[in-house]
Design a protein around this ligand. Structure first.
Ligand code: GLC
Length: 411
């Protein structure tokens, strides 16, 4: 029997956590049983990264007005106007995406981002195969047009995957039609790939002394990722560890409303705090080896989200690389890290508490070693690429066996 085609829909071609999760999944899938193909809503590094792992991928660019619709709209006040401009472009894009989907002859459609959730729900009758929504984020809070739309459309998917219990609970509470269809399947990473990083080369390239204590964040620049909290904690740590260095690996990568302009703001905050010389901005790192090397170069990986983190992939990546993690408690992060065992948790937004945790780790190499050993063990136990791929394959098989109609691959 030929493998069942799974058509993945990725909203963005930029590579944030949701896209790294997709890359792990397409790389981990058993190709004898499933044949992945990815349609991407905007150009960016994702397409080439998929091609590099021999996954079929193509861009079907979302019109900018549609792409710019984001969860931050209510805050920017541009909501209604932008939504209308976006809505006018919807039929044309739906027709294009619909045709591309038909050409792909999928057995399953797997949507990986909010905008693609809407579009895939509208196209489900045309494609007529089981639809899976992969929920990577919390539903936005408060009444919002996108929430109402999602409530209506949430009848369409045959199943939804939530990256954490917290994300599953939040969706089940908000979208009753989805509640019984949600499976919690965490992210998975390749331990081998993350352990191939080159600490010495990364430090040499970025001018970090081999023996300096280095703490860093690997995260896209978004207001809620908490880079600002990290810089404030850095300032405090420098009082007790003046030689310490701080790395911000990431950049403004999403062009949706509410994102953008963060890099300049963070650079000027570092100057205002008087710590600019101790902070290194590497920009966006895309390649697997480059990212693994960035983790390897750190003595501590910091996660500082000021809002509950849906899952927190960067934490398991660091743990797989053998780097101790200090993370902001809440959401999915609290399901990943057992405080004091596989990492340290601090209250979100609390730069003082983060600085105290960093000072503790700076002073106690044996604590760092213990956390890193337990962190790696935790990833081996629950968050490997293989484990996660098997769970998702089981879900696919279940959907194919229970599909109300024969799927195209078997016709
Ligand atoms: C999103 C979430 C993040 C999660 C990632 C992968 O980026 O914000 O918490 O780790 O998706 O599921």
């Amino acid at each position: 029997m030929s493998p069942a085609r799974v058509l993945f829909l990725a909203t963005s071609g930029q590579v944030g956590g949701a896209e790294r999760c997709l890359l792990s999944l397409t790389s981990g899938l058993d190709r004898a049983a499933f044949d992945p193909m990815v349609l991407i809503g905007s150009p960016g590094p994702l397409e080439a990264l998929l091609h590099a792992q021999a996954t079929a991928a193509m861009v079907e660019p979302l019109p900018p007005a549609l792409r710019a619709l984001s969860r931050y709209h209510a805050q920017t006040g541009a909501s209604a106007r932008r939504a209308l401009a976006g809505a006018a472009l919807l039929p044309g894009y739906l027709a294009r995406l619909g045709r591309a989907g038909v050409r792909a002859r999928p057995a399953i459609v797997h949507s990986n981002g909010l905008k693609m959730h809407y579009l895939s729900a509208l196209l489900r009758p045309r494609w007529n195969v089981p639809l899976v929504w992969h929920l990577h984020d919390f539903p936005r809070s408060g009444a919002h047009w996108s929430d109402r739309a999602l409530r209506l459309l949430s009848r369409a998917p045959a199943a939804a995957i939530a990256n954490s219990e917290a994300v599953a609970r939040a969706h089940a509470a908000r979208f009753p039609a989805l509640a019984s269809k949600i499976a919690v399947i965490p992210n998975g990473v390749s331990i081998a790939a993350l352990q191939r990083g080159d600490r010495a080369a990364f430090r040499a390239r970025w001018g970090l002394a081999p023996d300096a204590f280095v703490a860093g964040m690997v995260a896209i620049f978004a207001p809620w990722k908490g880079q600002e909290v990290f810089l404030r904690a850095a300032q405090k740590l420098l009082r007790v560890a003046p030689q310490a260095k701080f790395v911000l690996a990431g950049d403004d990568i999403y062009d949706t409303a509410g994102h953008g302009g963060q890099r300049r703001a963070l650079e000027s905050l570092a100057r205002d705090l008087g710590i600019r010389d101790s902070v290194l901005f590497t920009g966006f790192l895309a390649g697997e080896h480059e990212i693994a090397s960035a983790y390897a170069a750190l003595d501590v990986m910091v996660h500082a989200s000021t809002q509950p983190e849906p899952f927190g992939r960067t934490a398991i990546e660091a743990m797989a690389a053998g780097v101790p993690v200090v993370a902001a408690a809440g959401g999915g992060i609290s399901e990943v890290i057992e405080d004091g065992l596989s990492g340290l948790l601090t209250p979100p937004g609390d730069a003082g508490a983060l600085a105290r945790a960093l000072a503790d780790l700076h002073a106690r190499p044996e604590l760092r070693a213990a956390l890193s050993a337990q962190g790696l063990a935790r990833v081996r136990q629950r968050f490997t690429e293989e484990m996660v791929a098997r769970q998702i394959e089981t879900l696919y098989s279940h959907l194919l066996n229970h599909a109300p109609h024969p799927h195209p691959a078997s016709r």
